[in-house]
Design a protein around this ligand. Structure first.
Ligand SMILES: NC(=O)c1ccc[n+]([C@@H]2O[C@H](COP(=O)([O-])OP(=O)(O)OC[C@H]3O[C@@H](n4cnc5c(N)ncnc54)[C@H](OP(=O)(O)O)[C@@H]3O)[C@@H](O)[C@H]2O)c1
Length: 279
């Protein structure tokens, strides 16, 4: 569906670049159908040196030439940007607007546009860069199956795609949107333990990362409950159960669960709050 479609990334920061690069890596997008924008001329020059497609500061011009607009600015910039586009008539050709901002409600995006606009809200994560992202999509009030299908064609090459009602988006943000950061800390901590036990750091980091990857694939590919898979590793009176009990003493499980809950709570307050930054 993305064939021959032009895509404008409005706000080509970390996430905008990850999505753009993911689409290019997957071969579903060409550099001549892709355009990015940033806020300042200086940033445009910097970003243009890092990406293989044109970067400008003219959101309206970029939007007018595109079939799909990917809004990748911080949450507080989304409504002003939609207002700018609506007032400039840059939405009159009825592009699909996909917004990835944490905490920004579809109703906010639609209202700011000032005209009827087809919106899909998306929550991706940074592993989109290597085709291992988790992306959740929710349709706006003027979007149906065709719009969701077009959004799926943008994100499918970048990872695993789920469709959920918008009411779940803050929880999704707290779990899979923020989640890579939590997992990096876990990998770093596991590697630190390996270093403490005498492994060279490079080896310890490789062992930790592959172990997390392998365990994640076991959950996804066997469909078994994580607790059952954990039980397979815990030999009676062995070293694993001994370590697990120590981790439970440190409240590892509730710290992680409460962390996700806190990220979801925080995400819920990001939309329409000009004094707040992003996740
Ligand atoms: N990072 C993640 O892992 C992640 C995951 C899921 C969703 N998200 C969402 O993705 C969005 C972007 O996050 P990020 O981490 O990529 O942030 P980021 O690196 O700060 O990127 C945002 C970009 O948008 C630019 N921008 C701001 N106002 C603009 C405007 N009016 N027109 C064009 N460009 C504009 C910013 O420029 P300036 O720096 O000059 O302001 C910056 O280049 C956020 O809404 C976040 O909630 C992020």
């Amino acid at each position: 569906m993305l064939e021959n479609k032009k895509v404008a990334i409005l706000g080509t920061g970390t996430m905008g670049r990850a999505i753009a690069q993911g689409m290019l890596n997957a071969g579903v997008m060409d550099t001549d159908r892709l355009l990015g924008t940033v806020r300042t001329e200086r940033e445009a020059r910097d970003v243009a040196e890092q990406v293989p497609f044109p970067i400008s500061t003219d959101n309206a011009a970029a939007a007018r030439g595109a079939d799909v607009l990917l809004l990748c600015t911080k949450p507080k910039h989304v409504a002003p940007l939609m207002r700018e586009l609506g007032e400039a008539g840059a939405l009159d050709h009825d592009p699909l607007v996909i917004c990835i901002a944490a905490g920004v409600r579809i109703a906010e995006i639609e209202a700011a546009a000032g005209v009827a606009v087809r919106v899909v809200r998306a929550m991706p994560n940074t592993p989109c860069l290597i085709g291992e992202g988790m992306i959740v999509l929710s349709p706006g009030s003027h979007s149906g199956e065709a719009e969701l299908d077009l959004a799926v064609s943008v994100f499918q090459p970048l990872g695993r795609v789920l469709r959920l009602d918008e009411e779940h988006m803050d929880a999704v943000t707290g779990l899979s949107g923020s989640g890579p950061a939590f997992v990096y800390v876990i990998i770093e901590a596991l590697a630190e333990g390996g270093v403490m036990a005498g492994l060279p750091r490079r080896v310890a980091t490789e062992l930790a990362a592959q172990t997390v990857k392998g365990a994640a694939r076991m959950v996804l590919e066997t469909g078994r409950h994580p607790a059952a898979l954990k039980d397979d590793v815990t030999t009676p009176a062995g070293c694993t159960v001994s370590a697990l009990l120590m981790m439970e003493d440190g409240r590892l499980r509730s710290v992680l669960a409460r962390g996700v809950q806190e990220a979801a709570r925080s995400a819920a307050g990001l939309g329409g709050a000009p004094d707040r930054d992003q996740q």
